[in-house]
Design a protein around this ligand. Structure first.
Ligand SMILES: NC(=O)c1ccc[n+]([C@@H]2O[C@H](COP(=O)([O-])OP(=O)(O)OC[C@H]3O[C@@H](n4cnc5c(N)ncnc54)[C@H](OP(=O)(O)O)[C@@H]3O)[C@@H](O)[C@H]2O)c1
Length: 314
C-alpha cells in the first residue's frame, strides 16, 4: 500500500511516499481503507520533537470504510464507514490502510461527506473537552477564545455559540470576517489591539494560541471563572501546568488541557456536523501525494481551520 513515511534523510520535508506492507489487524483492531484524513498540530509537532510513530506514518484523523475486522471485535463488519482519532493508538493515518483498536473508531453518520468527517476528530474533541473542562457552559456565559482561527479554535467558537455562550474571538485581521461568520459575537484583531486591555471579563477562557501569563488570564476572568490552556507558547502551557494548581486556590481556576480521544465525544460532534449545527472550517483540500506540503504549510502556523486530505485518485 502507499504511505507517507517519515524519513530523516528525505529532502526537504523528511516525508516521502513509499510502498509498504499492508498492516494486519491484531486482536481488538479494525483495518480501515482511508478515504480522507486531516492534519493536526500533533502530527507536525511530534515530527519536530523527534517523536516518530513506530510505523513512521503520521496521521491521527481518519475517515474510511472498514476493510478487515480483527479477532475479538464485535459490532463492526467489512464495509462499515468509520471515523477515528489514532493519536492515542500510534498514528498511521497517512496511508491507504490504517489499523487501530476498534475503540478509536465511531460510525460515520450516513450521508456525511468523508472530507468533512475527517476534519473533526482531534481538533473537534479537543475544543469540546476544553470547553467542558469546568463543567457545561450555560446560556449567556461569556467565553474568550484566544487563537480562534485554527483547527481547534474554529470548532471552539462554533461549539461555544451552540452552547449558548457569548463569544469573543482573538484572531488576526485576515481571519476576522471568517471567524465572525462562524458566529463569534465579537472579534479582536491581535495584530492591532492588545486583547488583554480591551476584551473585558469572562466566565471562561480557551487559550488555544498566544503567550500570555497566568496573571493576564486571571485579570480577564470573572470571579470563579476558568482558563483552559490548550496550546500556544511553551511558556503559556508550562505556566498552566506548573503554576495553574496554585493559582486555582484563588479567585480563578487555571487548567492545562490534555485532550484524550473519546468515542462518545467524537460521535456527538459528528452528529452536530451531520445536522449542520456546526461545520468544520476547511481552508484547503490536498491530495494524498501532497501530505508533505500540507504538513509543511500547517507547521508555518497560519492555516485557517483544517487542512484536509482527499485520498480518492483523480
Ligand atoms: N492540549 C491538547 O490536548 C491539544 C490538542 C490539540 C492541539 N493542541 C495545541 O493547540 C494549539 C492549536 O492547535 P490547532 O490545531 O488549532 O493549530 P492550527 O490549526 O495550526 O492553528 C493555526 C491558527 O492559529 C492562529 N494563530 C497562530 N498564532 C496565534 C496567536 N499568537 N494568536 C492568535 N492566533 C494565532 C493562526 O492565525 P493567524 O494566521 O491569524 O495568526 C492560524 O489560523 C497548538 O499549540 C496545538 O499544539 C493541544
Amino acid at each position: 500500500m502507499k504511505a507517507i513515511l517519515f524519513d530523516k534523510q528525505a529532502k526537504p520535508l523528511q516525508l516521502v511516499e513509499r510502498d509498504v506492507p499492508m498492516p494486519e489487524p491484531k486482536r481488538g483492531e479494525l483495518r480501515v481503507r482511508v478515504r480522507a484524513s486531516s492534519i493536526n498540530a500533533a502530527d507536525w509537532r511530534s515530527m519536530r520533537m523527534g517523536i516518530i510513530p513506530r510505523s513512521r506514518i503520521f496521521g491521527a484523523d481518519v475517515c474510511g470504510a472498514v476493510d478487515a475486522v480483527g479477532p475479538g471485535v464485535e459490532g463492526w463488519q467489512e464495509g462499515d464507514e468509520a471515523v477515528g482519532d489514532l493519536s492515542n493508538y500510534g498514528f498511521g493515518g497517512f496511508a491507504e490502510f490504517a489499523c487501530a483498536s476498534a475503540e478509536a473508531f465511531v460510525r460515520k453518520p450516513a450521508g456525511l461527506d468523508p472530507l468533512l468527517a475527517s476534519a473533526v476528530p482531534l481538533a473537534g474533541v479537543t475544543a469540546l473537552q476544553a470547553l467542558r473542562a469546568a463543567g457545561d457552559i450555560s446560556a449567556g456565559q461569556t467565553v474568550l477564545v484566544v487563537g480562534a482561527s485554527g483547527g481547534v479554535g474554529t470548532f471552539a467558537v462554533q461549539l461555544a455559540r451552540h452552547m449558548g455562550a457569548n463569544v469573543t474571538a482573538v484572531t488576526s485581521g485576515a481571519n476576522a470576517k471568517a471567524i465572525a461568520d462562524l458566529g463569534a459575537n465579537r472579534v479582536i484583531d491581535y495584530t492591532k489591539e492588545d486583547y488583554a486591555s480591551v476584551a473585558g471579563r469572562f466566565d471562561r477562557i480557551l487559550a488555544v494560541h498566544g503567550n500570555a501569563s497566568i496573571g493576564t488570564y486571571a485579570r480577564l476572568l470573572k470571579k470563579g471563572g476558568t482558563c483552559a490552556v490548550v496550546g500556544g507558547s511553551l511558556r503559556q502551557v508550562f505556566a498552566a501546568l506548573i503554576l495553574g494548581p496554585l493559582w486555582s486556590l484563588g479567585r480563578t481556576k487555571h487548567r492545562a488541557i490534555a485532550a484524550r480521544s473519546n468515542a462518545k465525544d467524537l460521535a456527538y460532534l459528528l452528529e452536530l456536523v451531520a445536522r449542520e449545527t456546526i461545520a468544520p472550517s476547511i481552508e484547503r483540500v490536498y491530495r494524498f501525494a501532497e501530505i508533505p506540503l500540507a504538513m509543511d504549510y500547517a507547521q508555518k502556523g497560519h492555516a485557517r481551520g483544517k487542512l484536509v486530505i482527499d485520498y480518492e485518485e483523480e
